[in-house]
Design a protein around this ligand. Structure first.
Ligand code: BES
Ligand code: MN
Ligand code: ZN
Length: 492
């Protein structure tokens, strides 16, 4: 992790740095620090090239002859009147992503100097610059080059105290998001349910209570759906229970995570291209695990119970069959029409268990449907729920951290697509489209009368190289982690 500092100093007072990051608005309007930099470089105006016009996501690296800094990076912020904290986060992410300089100084936060913008810059730079090659050979890992050791964010002295606190919190948020990413990026052969439960136990180590339930315990306690989803694999399912107990909690929230360590589709087998990213089908569980691990560091006053359903969805002679009827934790029977709609089965059990906890709210997080991707693409998550206040609070928390959650309706008329001639429900909700909604309606059948919301992060949890950008890398993104931390610590 990068060491982050807020420094109340002007550009001319900085100590030595390897790289100076200066913002530029669209139409090559220089941001804070640009005049000093242009003077030092002997330039009259901000340079414009075909690939650098000051748009968000663009950058231009220049060699400096200044003794105090070796390189200058101009980062685009787009139109001056459209700059917000998310743009600052993205611009800082571009800087983090495109540099290996050891000591970096930036004036980015001076564009709009508040603790929240300082936090955005610190988060963006840390997340954009974080890269690991854990699964390369030792020789491959040596090729990585150096990493940024320190980022100094220049701020006016009037906000130094607030900025310093914001930076400490940014460090926690970025670390939490990176912890989620690391679990998602882990290859599926190394995170089969028991191994993932052990990795999560390590992650939360001492930061919240943890219990891991094995397949015998699950079968004995009525987790029929999770048991059935895990039945095809030689690596049996696990339930991880996490518990964060602050002093004098204001409320209790249950967080549920879909943890399919690999989704082959089961006997309703996916095609090769559909199966490729399916190690990321545990992103919901990874997000909840990391959130629980970092709540104490955000001083959250909300008591949180995390329930993670971990299973590997595989085809075999012991696998769940299309046509099987499984009994969920709450006694509801489900006719399995498609074994590839396994996430909602796992969540059905978790919702049933959560219903016994008398929580003030239940939120589940899952890479649940391809349909959510069709509707909203990879840069937005879907949110649904039975409680307007809860859904709105989650949307707002997303806005605070630069994540978009778009509400989909739980259209009552579609509920009948979930009916089954043999059981209480089927698991596909086969109807003419609306698959993310029918998945939500399926879950609602298990949410009882709790205040409940469902996050479908199938799109943003995992990005291809083409879709990766600024502070969101290729692979696991950790989407959802900072939003839930912001929500649970009242930072909205
Ligand atoms: N894990 C998938 C959803 C998914 C697809 C996540 C692509 C990320 C990228 C889920 O288990 C699934 O297979 N859903 C099916 C449900 C269908 C069979 C009713 C889907 O969305 O196609
Ligand atoms: Mn599936
Ligand atoms: Zn799945």
């Amino acid at each position: 992790m990068v060491e982050l500092r807020a420094v109340a100093a002007g550009l001319t007072e900085i100590e030595e740095a390897d790289l100076l990051v200066v913002p530029v608005f669209k139409a090559a309007i220089g941001g804070p620090g640009s005049n000093t930099v242009l003077d030092a470089l002997g330039m009259e105006r901000v340079p414009v090239t075909p690939s650098f016009r000051g748009d968000v996501g663009q950058h231009l690296l220049l060699a400096a002859s200044e003794p105090t800094y070796a390189m200058v990076m101009l980062v685009g912020l787009g139109r001056m009147d459209e700059v917000d904290n998310e743009r600052l986060r993205r611009a800082a992410g571009v800087a983090g992503r495109h540099t290996r300089a050891r000591r970096v100084v930036t004036t980015l936060a001076e564009v709009h100097p508040t603790p929240a913008s300082v936090m955005a810059v610190a988060e963006g730079f840390t997340l954009g610059g974080h890269e690991e090659h854990r699964f390369r050979s030792p020789a491959g890992q040596r090729d990585e080059g150096s990493h940024t050791e320190r980022l100094d964010i220049l701020v006016p002295s009037t906000i130094l105290d607030g900025a310093t606190r914001a930076i400490a919190l940014a460090g926690v948020y970025a670390e939490a998001q990176i912890a989620t990413r690391r679990l998602v990026d882990c290859p599926p052969d190394r995170k089969r349910p028991a191994a993932l439960a052990a990795a999560i136990t390590d992650l939360v180590d001492g930061r919240c209570e943890v219990a891991v339930r094995d397949e015998a315990w699950l079968a004995e306690h009525g987790f029929g759906a999770l048991t059935a989803v895990g039945a095809g694999s030689t690596a049996p399912p696990r339930l991880v229970e996490l518990h964060y107990r602050p002093e004098d909690p204001l409320e209790t929230v249950a967080l549920l995570g879909k943890g399919i360590t690999f989704d082959s589709g089961g006997l309703s087998l996916k095609r090769d291209d559909g199966m490729r990213g399916m190690k990321a089908d545990m992103a919901g569980a990874a997000t909840i695990a990391s959130v629980c691990a970092h709540l104490a560091a955000t001083d959250s006053r909300i008591e949180v119970v995390g329930l993670l359903g971990l299973a590997e969805n595989m085809p075999s002679g012991t696998a769940l069959r299309p046509g099987d009827v499984v009994t969920a934790y709450d006694g509801t029977t489900i006719e399995v029409l498609d074994t590839d709609a396994e996430g909602r089965l796992v969540l059905a059990d978790l919702l049933g268990r959560a219903g016994e906890l008398d929580a003030d709210a239940i939120v589940d997080c899952a890479t649940l449907t391809g349909s959510a991707i069709s509707a909203l693409g990879h840069y937005n998550a879907a949110v649904m729920g039975t409680d307007d206040t809860l859904v709105e609070a989650l949307v707002r928390a997303g806005e605070t951290v630069g994540e978009t959650y778009w509400r989909l309706p739980l259209t009552r008329e579609y509920d009948r697509f979930l009916d089954s001639p043999v059981a209480d429900s089927n698991n596909t909700g086969d109807g003419p489209g609306g698959g993310a909604i029918t998945a939500g309606l399926f879950l609602r059948r298990f949410a009882g009368d709790a205040r409940w919301a469902h996050l479908d992060i199938a799109g943003p949890a995992f990005l291809s190289k083409e879709l990766s950008r600024d502070y969101l890398p290729e692979g696991g993104t950790g989407f959802g982690t900072r939003m839930l931390l912001a929500w649970l610590s009242g930072r909205t």
